[in-house]
Design a protein around this ligand. Structure first.
Ligand SMILES: Cc1ncc(COP(=O)(O)O)c(C=O)c1O
Length: 360
């Protein structure tokens, strides 16, 4: 007996999404972003699948990168936030990680470090996100210090990160592109700026390395329709099953706090999945749920292990019938909108309790 709640992972969809990224940015190198447990999909499983298909991986921190090395991943891995203290540098250099240099202190640590091998460096420039990175005016001096420090392998990759590339008509992305190109003009080295939305919709920003994360998992980063994003296929489909069906009279309420009240004689299906399995408690009444492949709507508050769904308008529903919470046939971002968040968060917050199962 197994509980039917699972995150099914479609590896052929992952391969397809990588191929879409490659096709959109021919001739660029591809760095797959697998931080935060590969956005909830399982970092080791995804990294093993990605390693033969991409040029490098990226994670947030040394711990995430070491976990991949321990699992036998040998390709270059970039630490997107660099190191948090000087003592990480020898570890990163020995493990062959690439580090991001964001600020003067990280640069000083590198200048003073004693390393067993030179380390690959990505120099990050703050072109408008105002979160991390050297100021455009500091770029040349940081660059020269990296060349002079004698600890770096090759030349620095010059990188930046977009704040609003998911908004197709937001002029900020053009401003960031122009600032990035001006700040790095005349400096030798590869360039990198494109996250998923820029990979999909801002070809000018592809440069030498693209760095997609979210699109590889098959989801659109845009709040509107975008033709290239339409081609993606979801890797994760969160599934469960009906474990109870009941008819209730008009006026009866369902679930904790009775937040949903039947406006007519109604049929309610209980599904064995809840916020303890990663389904958001903030999902509102009316959130779409697929029961037997048909759209029904959430009725009542999400519990830890169960949800209740209004299936009154569906053909008869029975115990054991399959349910899809998001993924194939129901984009995670559509569910996220009903829960006041984005698909990135729903995927990343998937708890260990929910088994990740490779789809046959
Ligand atoms: C520096 C950097 N590059 C690339 C990415 C990937 O972004 P996305 O998942 O939107 O493709 C991230 C993710 O936050 C990031 O921080």
């Amino acid at each position: 007996m197994t509980r039917p709640s699972q995150a099914r992972l479609d590896l052929s969809a992952l391969h397809h999404n990588v191929a879409v990224a490659r096709e959109l940015a021919p001739g660029t190198r591809l760095m797959a972003v697998v931080k935060a447990n590969a956005y909830g999909h399982g970092a080791v499983t995804m990294a093993r699948e990605l390693e033969p298909r991409v040029d490098a991986l990226a994670v947030a921190c040394t711990e995430e990168a070491l976990a991949l090395r321990d699992a036998g991943i040998r390709c270059p891995i970039l630490l997107l936030q660099g190191v948090f203290e000087a003592s990480e540098l020898p570890v990163a250099a020995a493990a062959g990680f690439w580090i991001t240099i964001d600020n003067d202190l990280q640069l000083q640590w590198l200048e003073q470090a004693s390393l067993s091998a030179p380390v690959g460096c990505w120099l990050k420039i703050d072109t408008g996100m105002h979160r991390l990175g050297a100021l455009p005016a500091q770029t040349a001096s940081f660059y020269q210090r990296l060349l002079a420090c004698g600890k770096m392998a090759g030349t620095p990759v010059l990188s930046t990160h977009f704040a609003s590339a998911d908004e197709l008509h937001n002029p900020q992305t053009w401003q960031q592109i122009e600032l990035f190109e001006a700040a790095t003009a005349g400096l030798e080295g590869l360039r990198s700026a494109a996250n998923s939305p820029a990979t999909l919709a801002w070809p000018r920003a592809h440069y030498d390395w693209i760095r997609p994360g979210y699109m590889l998992w098959g989801n659109s980063p845009f709040g509107e329709t975008q033709p290239e994003a339409e081609r993606l296929r979801p890797v994760m489909t969160l599934v469960s099953a009906v474990i109870s069906v009941r008819d209730i009279a008009a006026g009866e309420c369902v679930g904790y706090g009775g937040s949903w009240q039947a406006q007519r004689p109604s049929r309610v299906a209980t599904v064995t999945i809840g916020y303890g399995d990663g389904y958001p408690r903030t999902a509102a009444n009316g959130t779409p749920v697929l029961v037997n492949g048909r759209r029904a709507t959430l009725a009542g508050r999400v519990s830890m292990d169960m949800i209740t769904v209004d299936v009154t308008d569906l053909p008869p529903v029975a115990i054991g019938d399959p349910v899809v919470l998001w993924g194939e046939g129901l984009p995670v971002d559509e569910v996220a909108r009903h829960a006041g968040t984005i698909g990135y968060e729903l995927l990343t917050r998937m708890p260990p309790r929910t088994p990740r199962v490779i789809a046959p």
